[in-house]
Design a protein around this ligand. Structure first.
Ligand code: GLN
Length: 310
């Protein structure tokens, strides 16, 4: 099919699922996120070597939030190795919400279930190497720059600050894990790094490029550089399938079947193995914290182009 035919189909799909934005709600537990336009919906699909189709307001920027968990995990494994990382964080999905504290106490040993929930992600971010918060953040950004070939990507201080000031639950998770020696060091510094990592600003096009690198064995198609080693990409891909959409991951695997990761800003990053990268932004969320219309859009795309990996 010609590029313009795909483009037309994509625009039609976005128009069709846009009605679902009104069933969702913008997250406001991080106060600044509450300012997002609930009606927004945009998508970019990257096919490598500069080829991209998009629909909606794709220049609009949003923060990665939980999507950053995938990148922090890749970096932590590169820094510390698999054995170290998974001695402190588990590999099992959970039916609990992403910010739940319950299993930390009931699990033995007391380590977080997986790196895609907040407890696990905080433990993972704690493993990133650097002499201070700034250097660690710069290393996360450098990885994203290498994946996207876009060195303008930075973070939004307003969103980071807004989360830092209100992150009482994440603070509790951290102090609990420090008590149980899952994490070490200064908790306020860790929260500063984590909230800045979550506040990294991208648009759908950037996000689709990140998805593309993950879909294609860790290689940037423009520079041909192996940005993330292949065996680590395999691990993050698997977590995206089993835990990427929080406690909707099972239903999402059945209905959509694309490795994906969502964030409470309304972003979803999709990675179709050996295929395309997808970046979606739709800030009105369902009750589990996934973009309402974004999920519908991915479902339509998966059915239309037979994208499920199952
Ligand atoms: N920064 C957010 C938090 O920790 C990320 C959560 C998310 O996107 N699900 O609450």
């Amino acid at each position: 099919m010609a590029e313009c035919t795909y483009q037309k189909t994509l625009s039609e799909l976005v128009d069709e699922v846009k009605k679902y934005t009104k069933f969702g709600r913008v997250a406001d537990y991080i106060p600044v996120l509450g300012e997002a336009d609930p009606n927004a919906l945009s998508v970019a699909i990257y096919k490598g070597k500069g080829s991209c189709i998009a629909a909606g307001c794709i220049e609009e920027k949003f923060t990665l939030q939980s999507i950053s968990k995938v990148l922090a995990l890749a970096l932590a494994i590169m820094d510390r190795g698999e054995e170290y990382v998974f001695s402190r964080v588990g590999m099992e999905p959970t039916g609990d919400p992403f910010n739940s504290i319950a299993k930390l106490e009931s699990n033995s040993p007391s380590k977080p279930l997986n790196p895609m929930i907040n407890a696990g992600a905080l433990a993972v971010t704690n493993m990133i190497i650097g002499k201070n918060t700034n250097e660690k953040l710069e290393r996360i950004l450098a990885l994203i720059h290498e994946m996207t070939s876009n060195t303008d990507i930075g973070y939004c201080n307003r969103v980071a600050h807004s989360e830092f000031e209100t992150a009482f639950l994440n603070r509790s998770l951290c102090y609990f894990m420090k008590q149980h020696k899952v994490i070490e060091g200064d908790i306020e510094e860790l929260l500063e790094l984590y909230t800045k990592q979550c506040a990294i600003l991208v648009n759908c096009h950037d996000l689709s490029k990140i998805g593309y690198v993950i879909a294609n064995e860790g290689r940037n198609p423009q520079t041909r550089k192996q940005v993330i080693p292949q065996h680590i990409v395999r691990i993050v891909n698997t977590f995206m399938v089993t835990c990427g959409m929080y406690n909707s991951s099972g239903e999402f695997a059945i209905r959509v079947g694309i490795p994906a990761k969502s964030g409470v800003s309304g972003g979803i990053m999709g990675a179709v193995p050996h295929g395309i990268g997808i970046g979606i932004y739709g800030p009105a969320l369902d009750e589990r914290g996934n973009s309402y219309a974004g999920m519908k859009l991915l479902e339509s795309l998966s059915i239309k182009y037979d994208l499920s990996i199952f």
